[in-house]
Write a protein that binds this ligand. Structure first.
Ligand code: GLN
Length: 423
């Protein structure tokens, strides 16, 4: 544990603990009986380390925070094309429980509002509702890193009072969005909303998304990176209901809230946040949860739009090791902009050199786009009658395979130099 990070978290919780604004949800009768003073805050890093403060072990119902996970499940199970015919990806500009569909497509605007979430449930493969729910619960449990279960009281409470959701489900059936029996679909939806979690479970589910679909604690893959990318995109534009724009501006992380008082926020590649505090504002978002996330984002610099990476630092050093042979040492993470910078520098220098050697042993991480660009360097140099080599001692950066195709790779700079001389 870092004492400093724990202190930040404790302080942020303390800073907002006295806020009494907002009211607990009572349209689901059972939710009205929760303790409004509960306040838990958890942070899980991408290596699985968890910081928690306050009531981080108190269980509450996940409610709408289930929506991105069910959306991810169906994207994974039936594919984006099939999901897109039933659910859009546009912000609705309406409350979460609005009885509405998109004017043109006659499908729900997105999967983060009730209409879209109910449609998503109907897409879960399974012979019957019980099988669908089991599949869903298994998926959530892998994301949370422990076996989750349902708060039967809350489930029954919503099932007996959920006329509005019933109206939505029957409307969807009338538009051909729901194939099955609306009541069977709703039963799974009410159960999914009543799954019990803690703020630390939510942090784990969020960090599973942050890690591109792999639970950082267990190392188990729950979903593909493509599913995560789609899910986070919809969370970013639709996750916080009508406060999504304000949230994107002041917190700047894909997020989802629920009327149970929970919020998750995801900082891709870095961490997941889970907060619990039941009193809600008029948009249905946890008041203290929102403020705590704003403080976390500001104090720890978590806004996804903050521009921190210096692509210039990609070239660590250059030196000429023989007449006309220049070595470029690259380091750090190599994505499009870093690879572009390296290639531009090499091409700019190419008048004065015959052979460029890119030394990659200090590159930490690289994506396929950058691999293809490095592999393509040779072709662009060849046109000017020059040669480009890569040095990658154990083929860690440029493994054998398609994106590396065309590259000439040596285990050491000396061997690359020898090849340059032979040439
Ligand atoms: N179960 C709740 C409902 O359908 C979930 C809503 C929410 O958390 N915003 O009304």
């Amino acid at each position: 544990m870092s004492v400093l990070v724990q202190k930040y978290l404790d302080e942020i919780r303390a800073e907002h603990a006295d806020i009494t604004d907002g009211a607990v949800a009572h349209y689901i009768p059972e939710l009205a009986s929760v303790d409004p003073s509960s306040f838990g805050l958890s942070l899980e890093l991408s290596d699985g380390y968890v910081y928690e403060t306050g009531d981080s072990a108190v269980e509450f119902t996940i409610q709408s925070i289930s929506k991105p996970f069910t959306y991810a499940l169906v994207l994974d199970q039936v594919g984006a094309d099939a999901v897109d015919t039933k659910i859009g990806v546009e912000p609705s500009g309406e409350p979460f429980n609005e009885i509405s569909v998109d004017n043109q497509t006659k499908t729900p605007k997105n999967a983060m509002i009730n209409a879209g979430a109910i449609a998503a449930v109907s897409l879960i493969p399974g012979a019957d509702p019980a099988e669908r729910f089991d599949r869903l619960l298994d998926f959530y449990s892998v994301c949370a890193g422990r076996r989750l279960d349902v708060d039967e009281e809350v489930y029954r409470s919503e099932k007996t009072t959920g006329s509005r959701n019933r109206a939505i489900a029957y409307m969807l059936q009338s538009f051909g969005v729901l194939d099955g029996d609306p009541d069977e679909v709703l039963d799974v939806y009410f159960r999914q909303c009543a799954i019990k979690v803690t703020s630390s479970d939510l942090a784990c589910m969020a960090s599973t998304l942050a890690r591109g679909g792999v639970n950082p604690g267990s190392g188990i893959r729950a979903m593909s990176p493509a599913v995560v990318q789609r899910t986070l995109s919809v969370m970013m534009t639709c996750g916080m209901y009508d406060a999504t724009g304000m949230w994107a501006t002041t917190v700047g992380m894909p997020a989802k809230s629920g009327v149970g008082g929970g919020i998750i926020a995801v900082l891709p590649s870095q961490l997941g946040i889970g907060v619990y505090s039941p009193p809600l504002d008029r948009n249905g978002n946890s008041v203290r949860g929102l403020r705590a996330c704003q403080s976390l984002s500001a104090q720890l610099g978590l806004h996804v739009m903050s521009v921190t990476r210096e692509s210039r630092s990609t070239i660590r050093a250059t030196h000429d090791i023989a007449p006309g042979v220049r070595v470029y040492e690259l380091h750090g993470d190599l994505l499009f902009a870093g690879a572009e910078r390296a290639l531009r520098t090499v091409e700019h220098d190419s008048d004065g050199i015959d052979v460029a050697i890119l030394e990659l042993s200090r590159v930490d991480d690289i994506n396929d786009v950058a691999r293809r660009m490095l592999a393509g360097m040779r072709e662009s140099l060849e046109r000017a009658g020059k040669e480009g080599y890569l040095v990658d001692p154990d083929r860690r950066v440029m493994p054998t395979g398609r994106p590396s195709a065309g590259a000439v790779i040596f285990p050491t700079v000396d061997e690359a130099l020898r090849a340059a001389r032979d040439r």
